[in-house]
Design a protein around this ligand. Sequence first.
Ligand code: FAD
Length: 390
Amino acid sequence: MTEGSHEGRPVAIVGAGIAGLTAALSFARKGIATDILEQSSVLSETGAGVQLSPNATRILSKLGLGHQLEKVWSEPSAICLVSGTSLRTLASVPSGAFARDRWGSPYGVLHRADLQMILTAAVEAEPLCRLHLGARIDDPSRGSVATLTGREPGLVVGADGVWSKIRTHVQGAGKPRFSGNVAWRLTLGEADAPAVFDTTKVTAFLGGGSHLVAYPLPKIRSFNVIAITGGQDPHAAPDRTMPLGDVRKQLIAAFAGWHPQIANMLQNAQDPTIWPLYEVNEGAWNERENIVLIGDAAHAMMPFAAQGAAMAIEDAFELASFVADGKPLAAFVDQRKTRVARVRSRGAFNRFAYHARGPIRLGRDLVLSMRRPESLAADFDWLYGYQPRD
Ligand SMILES: Cc1cc2nc3c(=O)[nH]c(=O)nc-3n(C[C@H](O)[C@H](O)[C@H](O)COP(=O)(O)OP(=O)(O)OC[C@H]3O[C@@H](n4cnc5c(N)ncnc54)[C@H](O)[C@@H]3O)c2cc1C
């Protein structure tokens, strides 16, 4: 294969998650055909909700999905940080109309199934995209892909998530590492939610060593709840088969000293699932001009800045632009690594601040209380105002 060229051949995308589906639409926009190979025979999503920040919604709008998304998401009026013990509001970043105005694109929260349905329908309606379900790829060589698709790709995109098989074919690629944190995910009907949960806001409750995020999913009259604490990987693999009783016991213990509204809510939670958080922090993202990794396959990150899906969407869109312009994959990787590193350090800062204890926590609360909402919002300009290569 010549450098920086897919030689007019289709691109094979392994994985039909947020990264893979967005990549297919982004390539189609540039007139490049794709085969999307997904191991599952039915597309389904784990976890109920997802926050889409303006840097992600800007791209989804460019792909023509803005109007459909607006019908199924809600735009929170603010993102609030609240003490998990006293329930005092520590800080509030305005969102809603403010986000549209300041960052030029909305901040939306929605059910993952809705996002996936919209992306899948758009891919299925696009003549340049061919979606192959029940098509697992362990060997990304051209010949092996062609046996499933009937045509040899000019480039293979590994969009196959944190446990990527394609990554094992990239020399010098990183490995997933357990972060020392686990997430519990649950969906709570509005009627069962504590009074402090606000149907108009994303609220992050902060406590020593843990935090909990709640945001509304109005379409199903529920809240998406994610609780994150330090913990062990129960199975040393992303397996959610731990007995429900044990899951609940661990969750209750982690939030025992919290305000009763939250501790009681967790005590009564019906369907918590535990999710050990793995990261891919370093390593190569491409194998010459043959293979490139995007999304969690390249850089799975902790959800402290709620940016994993947003980075997958940015990767997908910018990759299509670099490839269409005949640029070498190294140029794409350089650009994306710089951006992802900055987002990762923002996540690491949040991890430190959200889970702070003792004097650091007091200092954090003081500093936050002195900052005005507009000044807090300015901290996000580089992240949410990002203009992707088009
Ligand atoms: C608790 C939690 C909350 C989060 N909240 C947010 C948030 O609010 N906002 C945000 O931006 N991000 C969030 N994230 C991160 C976000 O969910 C992920 O970064 C994103 O979903 C990654 O998408 P992906 O397409 O790269 O990978 P995946 O969603 O893992 O998709 C990979 C796909 O590849 C398929 N596949 C795997 N192997 C093969 C193979 N060998 N052959 C064929 N197909 C294969 C899989 O079946 C799957 O469909 C959160 C993450 C967690 C854990």
